[in-house]
Ligand binder design. Sequence first.
Ligand code: FES
Length: 152
Amino acid sequence: MRAEILALAAQELHPRGASVAALRLVQARFGWISTAHLREVADLLGMSADDLDGVATYFNLLFRRPVGRHVIMLCDSVSCWIMGREPLCAHLCRKLGIRPGETTADNAITLLPTVCIGHCDHAPAMLVDNTLHGDVTTESLDHLIDTLRDTP
Ligand code: FES
């Protein structure tokens, strides 16, 4: 992975241009970006760990804390709110036994709020493991949860 990150950095005017791509590589391998990994990447890119942490915490698809095997990011912006995001969130929390920002005890699912994901014409919307879902209903959520729990 270090070689891949250095190769990404070599394609940029400044190695820091590879920050997001490098962090995505780390996350793809480990599921999240630990401080130890962040420091290693910062060293490779010639950045301070604080600067790179600023990048990592700016993008809400980069996780600085451990997450479950699957991540549900339920949009909490205005179109989704108008279209019933709150009752859906309450349903999810009840079904999963967690609150937003938490992970189920079996480490299967993390529930996170997110700002608009650009799927407003199909609100309420969410990202599940980077796949867009629109026109979400309690029924579709129930089916999704059952599927996710059975998926490694
Ligand atoms: S407001 Fe939810 S996708 Fe845009």
